[in-house]
Design a protein around this ligand. Structure first.
Ligand SMILES: Cc1cc2nc3c(=O)[nH]c(=O)nc-3n(C[C@H](O)[C@H](O)[C@H](O)COP(=O)(O)OP(=O)(O)OC[C@H]3O[C@@H](n4cnc5c(N)ncnc54)[C@H](O)[C@@H]3O)c2cc1C
Length: 402
């Protein structure tokens, strides 16, 4: 009997496997992964420096333990190179494997900025436990003191979280971003301003509305040259300018791709019996009336449950609901439901302050609320705002507008 083959041992791959085993304890299950197959919480990576956690401490289970728990074979250090949807095989660095059904859960890779300078290759990115281990060891080795100067490129979700966390661990952080405010792509301006103030009060230097152009070696570390002709001294440079869905396997198998691997409402790709989810997937999204990559935990869990049911014989649509993203910046915790991309140009944010809590609602061109943000993050207010999504704009805001 050919196995159900899952490519990737991140949260997406392992969650499909767990959900499948709740429904089907018999079908052979094979998980193939390029890494060591250990289980860790990726969101912890941007919250673990301040807690002084080592990579080992973030690892909760090893591949062998997962294999036993799931009644599966886990092939580690094995990269999938291509897919043949007709023959139902995948080619890997360890040979050709057959499958009955295939699930692609290969994640995303950090985007690399085209930087000049003789130290451009020293820029690090953290999107995996192994990257975290490398960054941590460089941090320990670089400055010779407990405090390092760290330049972070990108003040999006991940960049802001790392900045807050590394500052919390006692490091001197400079955050560089082309936008005039942090988190500009997904947060309302009122909350971005609050975050900018909180990061500054935390001791983080914000270098906004400019970009890094070159990284050069210097006697005392690195020099990050910015487009505005200024320069930032650093011991380490961390890039957090975004992730790009991993498409190598999909393209080799001629699967339809957009920004991610395109999947239908059931999570199936353009080729029969091949599914995709997680950071590599581009979901068909009722909410947007289009397709959308959703590189967050909540949609991945929903997709994993639906795909597992479909694999076990009950065709199940992925029921993607708006899920708040919690921005894990302890200096300014916020919850966000970013508005759909197509609504941004024609809609508007409206913000109000309630006893120090800022609530921002995004209304589309028809006056329907399609996004929100709240800071400081209050779970009760977040739940109320979630219930308001899809509703018509109230004519008056009951609090002071900001
Ligand atoms: C620092 C950080 C903080 C985050 N915080 C949050 C948060 O607070 N809330 C939230 O909702 N989301 C957060 N996210 C996003 C969330 O963690 C991801 O959406 C999720 O972990 C993605 O899981 P995945 O399994 O799709 O990908 P990954 O975890 O990247 O797993 C991909 C797997 O595929 C394997 N692989 C890749 N290519 C191949 C190949 N060719 N052959 C075989 N194996 C391959 C890899 O080795 C890996 O095992 C955060 C992300 C980061 C980086």
């Amino acid at each position: 009997m050919k196995p159900i083959l899952i490519v990737g041992a991140g949260l997406a791959g392992y969650t499909v496997a767990r959900e499948l085993r709740k429904l089907d304890k018999i079908s052979p299950l094979l998980i193939v992964t390029a890494d060591s197959g250990g289980v860790y919480s990726k969101p912890m990576l941007s919250n673990a420096f301040a807690q002084g956690k080592s990579a080992q401490q973030l690892l909760s289970q090893r591949a062998e333990q997962m294999a036993t728990q799931l009644g599966a074979t886990v092939l580690t250090a094995t990269r999938v190179l291509g897919v043949d949807g007709g023959r139902k095989t995948v080619s890997t660095t360890g040979g050709v494997l057959e499958y009955e059904k295939l699930v692609i859960a290969v994640g995303a890779a950090p985007i690399r900025l085209p930087l000049g300078g003789d130290a451009a290759d020293q820029v690090l990115a953290v999107n995996h436990l192994d990257d975290y281990a490398i960054f941590r060891s460089r941090l320990a080795g670089k400055s010779g003191t407990a405090t390092s100067r760290i330049a972070i490129l990108g003040a999006g979700l991940i960049g802001c979280e790392f900045a807050d966390d590394l500052a919390g661990a006692g490091h001197l952080v400079t955050l560089v971003d082309p936008n005039p405010l942090p988190l500009a792509a997904i947060a309302p301006p009122a909350l971005s301003q609050g975050l900018a103030a909180a990061l500054t009060a935390r001791g983080i230097t914000l270098r906004l509305a400019t970009t890094a152009s070159q990284i050069n070696k210097a006697i005392d570390g690195l020099e990050v040259h910015l487009a505005d002709h200024s320069m930032v001294k650093a011991d380490l440079v961390l890039s957090a300018v975004g992730l790009r869905p991993e498409l190598t396997v999909a393209k080799a198998g001629n699967l339809a791709t957009g920004r991610g691997i395109l999947v239908d409402a059931f999570g199936q790709t353009s080729v029969r019996d091949i599914y995709a989810l997680g950071d590599c997937a581009e979901y068909t999204c009722e909410l947007d009336g289009g397709t959308r990559t959703l590189p967050y935990i909540a949609p991945l869990m929903t997709a994993a449950r639906a795909i597992a049911r479909t694999l076990s014989g009950t065709a199940t649509m992925i029921d993607l609901k708006p899920a708040p993203v919690i921005v894990k910046t302890p200096c300014y915790l916020m919850a966000l439901v970013p508005p759909p991309l197509h609504a941004i140009a024609s809609g508007e944010w409206r913000s109000a302050s309630y006893d120090g809590t800022i609530v921002s609602r995004f209304y589309d061109e028809h006056g329907i609320m399609v996004g929100f943000g709240v800071a400081p993050h209050e779970p009760n207010i977040r739940q109320k705002l979630l219930a308001e999504l899809g509703m018509k704009c109230a004519s008056e805001l009951p609090a002071r507008s900001v």
